[in-house]
Design a protein around this ligand. Sequence first.
Ligand SMILES: [Zn+2]
Length: 255
Amino acid sequence: MVPVLMYHEVSGRRPSSGFSRFSITPDRLEEHLTALVGAGFHLRSISDLSATDNEPQVAVTFDDAYASFCDSALPILNRFKARSTLYVPTAYVGMRASWLRGAESCLPIVSWQTLRDLAGQMVEVGSHGHHHDALDSLPRAVVKENLHRSRCLLEDSLGTQIRSLAYPFGYNDRNVRRTAEEIGFATAVQVGYRLHRLGSDPFAIRRLLVAPGMSGKDLLARIASDRSTPAEILRRSGREPWRYSRKLLARRRHG
Ligand SMILES: [Zn+2]
């Protein structure tokens, strides 16, 4: 079993209350990495995870590609010689996070030039879809177009193969997973609240959302127990009814 950590924004700013669980401070990230390295974990990107490696490994992933990643997360990752994966919603590159609500909709997203610079470092760039849409609510042809466009834009701009996808909001179903495979991705990550079993479906890689209130010690304990916290259980149980109502609304919209 391998922990795959999911971070979003790393920044010293104060987030809105609705976004607070998606934003951690640079100090907190440093505390997490210090604890992981101290416990013997190798810090990897998704594509570096190895099923044959006996060393403890952890994948470090960042969703949404906020511009603050470069100033707030990258120097820390580099200090630890950590590999990581940054998932980019391609329609928003060089723009703002306008799929979000409130103050966070103004957060800048990295530029294409920055992505080219990052891809030359220890950061794997992955796709987070094109429009940051909930893919399981869209007709299959639209999902295909969305993922194909995102992957092609990244590959053409960075000149490198894009191997991994993060489903926007984590939402996926059988059709979305098979489409991701058809498009040519090798892996896709979701939200799982559990550790990932290497060798299981590479298009349903489970990730742990690392809460900002979690200390380095808490994170190690969470990994060691691989048991969902009460807050995670609550969130997971709310996802299914929400998923059905979203899909119903989308079906009406798309006919
Ligand atoms: Zn996202």
